[in-house]
Design a protein around this ligand. Structure first.
Ligand SMILES: [Zn+2]
Length: 801
């Protein structure tokens, strides 16, 4: 359960005047490896190009429309004296949605020129410019009314930034948008606004000025981009300052608990974290500073080997929107915020640009095709904030969010994808992703053309044509994905259960080349001439994956992968819509079939599974094998809400049988606060303990100190003489505790009467609480619960007999 999308944290602001602890030698700043810009690559494929088109046709217009409808644009107009009024949205960081959409639209204009959209951006940029104060300050909330600011903003510029003001967060997104808009259109209007704002930051922050660290990181990355286009070294130095001034002694929530170079594992809010690690990778690469890179590497190793979902999603906890302890990767309550996938993609590309290791692209590709892509519907108009790996139907994409960080973030990531495919050094060209495209870019003094043709991720065949203007010697480095080398992710968090039926095959002009990989890349060092052709054939077997046994949520289960895509079982493709009570058979056939009319065309995997159910003796009965189609995970929830699972039970101990037809399971349930989770109280799940979050539970949060109830209405008059309850209690950091009191009541005519209990009502954590009472014949019973004074309460299971 979460309070709001950006949890308040104890301020860790430091306004100390001291020298940097890690002064480094400055070198001329550039990445050892340069990405080939999105402006040089045109996608021609059938998988991503249509998605970028939908992003352009549907997502961006909807999101810009929402910015107008919700007052986000008005905030700029009011701050710029174009209209009168008060700050009219919920959060002071709402300015950033406009910046992100300008960025999104800018990338899109490269692929899909559109004069009308360009004009809309010009209008928005004009409003942004008018809202900027003369000295460059840009934060509509304070400019509109510097006395009655938002409670998060504080009464003085910058002072609340380590906590909640998000002033530097707003600046960071402004910088990213300005650079993208300038690169895409050549127009300088937004860049000039951004330069004025960045110059103000340079004037206000530094070792001999304000010592304040950004509460929500992103300004570090933004300043590096500003440095890249303007060449102004002071921006780079300020980015480094914002990293160095952070910690120790602050909150883990925003990674201020230690100096950044001393950090060893991902903690706290996942979006803040990945944005900060991206900034660290930038500084590491540009300054050639190993202390940043070593820290970023340690954190990365830890994340990939202990805290990453099989979908590439990260940040399992909803309470902090971030990281849990190692191996805590619950599926149904997985948070995996869409923005955290965006941040993880940013970070992994930067780590790659530092040392050219393909392992970063293995993570990036897994995240891109699975956890990120699930964030938006196939229609482009519905969005997930968390991206769970299991559902009983309580999850559904939304049209928009009050805290709207995710839709504009995916809207800007998708059209920037052309910028992730290639990279170069002076003498090498890297091919990192397999996506049909035509690229033309400057390389070693002339323009080279590369054409990729492929039906990836459905097919493993990739054809690449190299067209240098004249015969030229250089090394072409082609990434062989980890999954094609029998490695799910670097490390042993996940392993393939089976061997590949064949190895990847690579040919140059029809001649097979021995496949030797180094850091995940095959290096083809030769004299390239116009029309040289490379073909790569990747083995597209259906693979079965097991998680490390320390991941309790995945015990006794397998996940199915083909190429870079994870698969899931979902209700529309299973008998009676039931997925969560199925027992799969690892030895059954898992057959891939392309269905071009389903979900815009997807390769599905056909297999069989058996329905498990309890009988009245509490024994598990298994039905006959029934056919089920597994679909790519990214495409789930496009046919309405219902059951879904990525991890499929293959053992009796991990399957969750359908409840037996007991009094409780046949009852109609209602409650004082009805939610979808109510159906979990009579599903015959036996919790491991009160904090068990692997399976749904019902709770009354955020209510407290009140009497609440759950009601079973029976099919007919029934005699009942005992009840058992298992309480939900999410421990010292959660909002639910065992209740103060509880009582069982039955309906007698039109009134509710307490049962005559034989003994006291026990209220224990981590166990069943049983009460026997004098038998009553009734058509309905209530579990009445008195919530603690300062906490709420919840119920895993309520049984009546
Ligand atoms: Zn988000």
């Amino acid at each position: 359960m979460k309070t709001n999308c950006l949890k308040a944290s104890v301020t860790g602001m430091m306004i100390l005047f001291m020298l940097p602890s890690c002064a480094t030698k400055k070198t001329e700043g550039t990445y050892p490896i340069q990405p080939v810009s999105f402006t040089s690559v045109k996608l021609t494929d059938k998988f991503w190009a249509p998605r970028i088109q939908t992003n352009f046709d549907v997502t961006i217009p909807i999101a810009i429309g929402e910015c107008y409808n919700t007052g986000r644009v008005d905030n700029f107009k009011i701050a710029g004296n174009l209209m009168e009024g008060k700050f009219c949205t919920e959060y002071p960081f709402d300015d950033t949605d406009i910046y992100k959409l300008i960025e999104a639209a800018s990338y899109s204009l490269q692929t899909i020129p559109d004069a009308q959209l360009e004009a809309r951006l010009d209008t928005l940029i004009q409003y942004v410019g008018l809202a900027q104060e003369p000295d460059g300050y840009l934060y509509t909330n304070r400019t509109i009314d510097s006395v009655h600011t938002h409670p998060w903003a504080g009464n003085k510029r910058w002072m609340n930034d380590p906590d909640l003001s998000h002033e530097l967060y707003n600046s960071g997104h402004l910088f990213e948008a300005a650079v993208a808009h300038y690169q895409a259109t050549g127009k300088k209007a937004l860049l000039d606004i951004a330069i004025k704002n960045a110059d103000l930051l340079v004037k206000d922050f530094g070792w001999d000025k304000l010592h304040i660290y950004p509460g929500h990181q992103v300004v570090e990355m933004g300043l590096v981009k500003m440095y890249n286009v303007t060449g102004k070294k002071e921006y780079l130095e300020l980015a480094k300052f914002f990293l160095d001034v952070r910690g120790p002694g602050g909150d883990e929530y925003n990674q201020a608990h230690k100096k950044v170079i001393d950090q060893t594992e991902p903690v706290g809010h996942a979006v803040r974290a990945t944005y900060m690690y991206s900034g660290m990778a930038d500084i590491a690469a540009i300054y050639g500073d190993t202390s940043y890179f070593n820290a970023a590497s340690r954190i990365w190793e830890n994340l990939v080997t202990q805290k990453t979902y099989i979908t590439g999603g990260i940040g399992s906890g909803g309470g902090n929107e971030g990281f849990d302890p190692p191996y805590v990767l619950p599926n149904m309550s997985a948070y995996c915020e869409t923005c955290a996938s965006v941040g993880n993609i940013f970070w992994n590309q930067r780590m790659f640009l530092h040392d050219g290791d393909g392992k970063y692209y293995d993570v990036l590709e897994r995240t891109l095709y699975n956890s990120l892509l699930s964030g938006v519907s196939l229609s482009g108009d519905r969005f997930f904030y968390p991206n769970v790996l299991e559902s009983f139907g309580q999850h559904q994409r939304s049209a928009w969010f009050g805290c709207a960080c995710c839709p504009p973030n995916i809207a800007r990531l998708l059209p920037s994808l052309p910028g992730y495919i290639y990279a170069t050094t002076e003498k090498d060209i890297y091919i990192n992703l397999f996506i049909g495209n035509t690229a033309k870019f400057a390389f070693d003094g002339s323009e080279i053309e590369i054409i990729q043709k492929t039906d990836y991720p459905w097919e493993g065949l990739v054809e690449i044509t190299i067209n240098p203007p004249e015969t030229k010697a250089f090394a072409l480095k082609i990434r062989i994905p980890g999954w094609a080398r029998n490695e799910v992710l670097p490390g042993n968090l996940y392993t393939f259960n089976d061997a590949l039926s064949s190895k990847a095959v690579l040919k140059v002009n029809g001649k097979t080349i021995a496949l030797k990989t180094d850091k995940g890349f095959v290096t083809l060092n030769r004299k390239w001439k116009k029309g040289d052709k490379i073909t790569i054939e990747l083995p597209m077997d259906v693979r079965k994956i097991t998680a490390d046994k320390r991941v309790a949520a995945d015990k006794g289960k397998i996940a199915i992968e083909r190429g870079p895509l994870m698969y899931c079982a979902e209700w529309p493709y299973a008998k009676d819509g039931r997925v969560l009570n199925l027992l799969f058979d690892e030895k059954a056939d898992f057959t891939p079939v392309f269905l071009d009319t389903l979900l815009n065309g997807v390769e599905v995997v056909k297999t069989t599974a058996r329905l498990a159910k309890y009988n009245l003796q509490k024994e598990v009965e298994k039905g006959d094998p029934q056919e089920i189609i597994l679909i790519p995970y990214y495409a789930w929830n496009n046919k309405g809400a219902g059951e879904m699972a990525v991890w499929l039970p293959v053992s009796d101990s991990s399957v969750k049988p359908l409840p037996a037809p007991t009094i409780a399971s046949k009852s109609k349930i209602s409650a004082s606060t009805p939610t979808k989770a109510l159906m979990s109280v009579n599903d015959q799940y036996d919790p491991k303990n009160s904090i068990d979050r692997d399976w749904p539970y019902y709770h009354w949060w955020p209510k407290n100190n009140s009497w609440e109830w759950i009601q079973y209405t029976f099919e007919s008059e029934t005699t009942v003489s005992s009840a058992e309850v298992y309480w939900f209690d999410d421990g010292p950091f959660g909002g639910c505790r065992i209740p103060d009191k509880w009582v069982i009541e039955y309906r007698s005519g039109s009134s509710w009467q307490p049962v005559k209990a034989k003994g006291d009502y026990s209220i224990a954590k981590d166990s069943w609480n049983t009460i026997a009472f004098e038998p009553v014949k009734t058509n309905a019973m209530r579990l009445k619960v008195k919530l603690p004074e300062k906490f709420s309460a919840g119920v895993h299971e309520w049984v009546v007999e």
